[in-house]
Ligand binder design. Sequence first.
Ligand SMILES: Cc1cc2nc3c(=O)[nH]c(=O)nc-3n(C[C@H](O)[C@H](O)[C@H](O)COP(=O)(O)O)c2cc1C
Length: 209
Amino acid sequence: MELIKNLNWRYATKKFDPIKKVSDEHLDQLKEAVTLSVSSYGLQLYKVLIVNNKEIREQLQPVSWNQSQITDASHLFVFCNYKDVTPNRIDEYIQLTAKKRQLDVEALKGYSDFMKMKLAEKTPQETSSWLKSQTYLALGNLLTACAELKIDACPMEGFDSDQYNDILGLDQKGLNASVVATIGYRHDEDHTQNLAKIRKPSELLFEEI
Ligand SMILES: Cc1cc2nc3c(=O)[nH]c(=O)nc-3n(C[C@H](O)[C@H](O)[C@H](O)COP(=O)(O)O)c2cc1C
């Protein structure tokens, strides 16, 4: 299985080559992989900012544990969850479904009401954690797609989410930076590329019952 080879090839890149850039063609393929990510009810309650701007990335680096990947990587993906689930977001999804599947919106009313009811049952804390968790599925697809294209990547939680929200003006858009990923090409000097992969043995990770 080629996927396993690719997953063994990838690693969380610590030092990127600042000269090498991901092509527009590859970027489009990565966007498609992110778009095709699964999400609860299919709602995709997030946005993905692709930050190219050098000055903005220089502002983000000090609030990202000073990690060099933020400025040296080719592109910075910021996965931002919506801060709450407003009924109109569900209506938008229903309208899109009706259009794509040539259905009457009324025929989807039962499903729409069910989603609204289930989501209203969550406490604000549950909603927040549920919304953030959606972005990690998209992150996973991005990392896997990068591995297939032999693009290096580093998933990152080492940043101050409030500061990202300020710098990127996310609050005004009802968004919150939940997780980021830097993508590009490894630097020859990144010694982590030579380290053995650390994973639990499968008998500890899996239990068949
Ligand atoms: C959600 C998440 C956040 C992470 N945050 C960081 C980070 O801020 N900086 C970093 O260098 N690596 C970060 N990592 C990388 C992990 O440390 C790495 O994936 C893990 O040690 C496994 O190693 P591998 O990815 O090289 O196989 C993060 C990984 C994940 C999944």
